[in-house]
Ligand binder design. Structure first.
Ligand code: FES
Length: 128
């Protein structure tokens, strides 16, 4: 629905098995794999996609950190990584990058894992 009906193309379609994380959006602030989330189960929850965050000319600090650290390899799951990072940083009391990146699942094995961790450091203590 997000991609086909609403043209919100930031969330990518990858494995459709809740494994790769390319489709992550926030549902009431919690990262959720949209490929296995039925719209009927969402109810009145707030769904946030990458399109609902900052804009290219006015990125959020977290998005700016990802861009400055070039925290992407192929970029297919880049937006999903930002969405997961946003949730983790907002929930994390310690904002410890290694712990935070652990929560990102398969993305931490990406070649961009190191710059992604650096993005967490840049974002720590800042408004996300
Ligand atoms: S498409 Fe891979 S987790 Fe959703």
């Amino acid at each position: 629905m997000l991609r086909n009906d609403l043209a919100l193309n930031g969330a990518k379609f990858g494995c459709r098995l809740a494994q790769c994380g390319a489709c992550v959006v926030l549902i009431d602030g919690r990262a959720a794999r949209s490929c296995v989330t039925m719209i009927e189960t969402v109810g009145d929850s707030l769904i946030t996609t990458i399109e609902g965050l900052g804009a290219i000319d006015k990125p959020l600090p977290l998005q700016r950190a990802f861009m400055e650290e070039q925290a992407a390899q192929c970029s297919y799951c880049f937006y999903a990584m930002i969405m997961m990072a946003k949730e983790i940083l907002e929930r994390s009391a310690t904002r410890n990058p290694p712990n935070a990146t652990r929560g990102m699942g398969r993305q931490r094995t990406c070649a961009a894992a190191a710059p992604m961790a650096a993005s967490f450091v840049r974002s720590s203590g800042r408004q996300i």
